[in-house]
Design a protein around this ligand. Structure first.
Ligand SMILES: C[S@@+](CC[C@H](N)C(=O)[O-])C[C@H]1O[C@@H](n2cnc3c(N)ncnc32)[C@H](O)[C@@H]1O
Length: 302
């Protein structure tokens, strides 16, 4: 997806002419309420809406009002802040973020992972009995990125390194996408890049959907982790490889810096951070060494 962190809604033509369709109902988000929402979302998640995204936020949040049977944005904000609002927070994240992902999305990065990064990490750990390689897909959405790692490891690395243990964690801020990930049932869109032999081997077609094999599903542990939550981040330690792809675009500079510094702390020495093709740590962090591999760029903790 270009501009990988696109939001789900653009302003409608009516909104662009200045008459919001929401104005036809009694619910309009005032500038003041927009700022309250923006600050609330930012403090909780690091996700930042600038002023030009007001209509977008209004459109997405307005759908949650009717679902929750509240009539104003202010009441909805109170609900989010209350103890009953915890589950609703996840639904709000789902409404305001894009969860697009698919298997073998970043092909060149996965090639680098298999051919260079994992072999180097195993070599640096001594390639001995008991060696463990820990991988983390840190904004996993519905799981395709983490499961792609598992398929690659199963297919191409387990035989080469029979004594090495591979542990794969995957996490997201949104519990609904994590539930989908655990089920491992995907539509055509998600599997379109899977090589045909691997599709036959690891997926069972069932009508219009594809069920991922238990063998691969068992290899990934899914957790709800907010990258912006320092205490949750402290529980994610000793990783050798972290994918943090297509999520930085949600953050402003300060939250990018906080998230990247947290990921740095989560990595072992010689660990690698992989971010999206359209993303960069330029101006965000100098802690990593940028490594130019033949087909991909990765950030190394030395
Ligand atoms: C576009 S998806 C990226 C999926 C996958 N990494 C890829 O590149 O294909 C972005 C994901 O980031 C998640 N996200 C947004 N803010 C987050 C945060 N503060 N902590 C953890 N995940 C977050 C969203 O819920 C969404 O599932």
């Amino acid at each position: 997806m270009s501009g990988l962190f696109q939001f789900k809604n653009l302003r409608t033509p009516a909104q662009q002419q200045g008459s919001s369709p929401l104005a036809q109902s009694s619910t309009v988000m005032s500038d003041e309420t927009f700022k309250l929402f923006r600050d609330f979302i930012y403090t909780k998640s690091g996700i930042f809406f600038n002023d030009s995204k007001k209509y977008l936020l209004e459109g997405r949040v307005s759908k949650r009002l009717s679902i929750n049977k509240v009539s104003t944005f202010e009441e909805y904000l109170q609900l989010l802040k209350s103890s009953q609002g915890r589950g609703e927070l996840s639904a709000l994240y789902e409404a305001i973020t894009i969860n697009e992902t698919y298997f073998f999305r970043a092909e060149q990065q996965f090639d680098a992972l298999e051919q260079i990064i994992i072999p180097e990490i195993i070599a640096s750990k001594g390639n001995s009995l008991g060696t463990t390689v820990r991988l983390w897909s840190s904004a996993s959405s519905t799981g395709e990125e983490a499961y792609t790692m598992a398929i690659i490891i199963n297919e191409r690395l387990k035989k080469k390194y029979p004594h090495v243990r591979f542990q794969i964690m995957a996490s997201d801020i949104n519990s609904a996408v994590l539930e989908t990930a655990r089920q491992g049932i995907y539509k055509e869109y998600a599997i379109r890049n899977v090589p045909p032999n691997l599709l036959t081997k690891y997926f069972k077609k069932d009508g219009a959907t594809y069920q991922l094999s238990d063998e691969i599903r068992r290899q990934v542990t899914f957790l709800n982790v907010n990258l912006f939550d320092s205490s949750a981040m402290r529980s994610m330690q000793n990783f050798d490889i972290i994918f943090c792809c297509n999520v930085l675009i949600y953050f402003d500079l300060a939250s990018k810096q906080q998230v990247i510094s947290g990921l740095y702390d989560s990595l072992n020495k010689n660990g690698h951070l992989i971010i999206g093709y359209s993303e960069s740590l330029h101006g965000v962090s100098k802690a990593f060494k940028l490594i130019h591999l033949p087909k991909a760029m990765v950030y190394k903790k030395e």
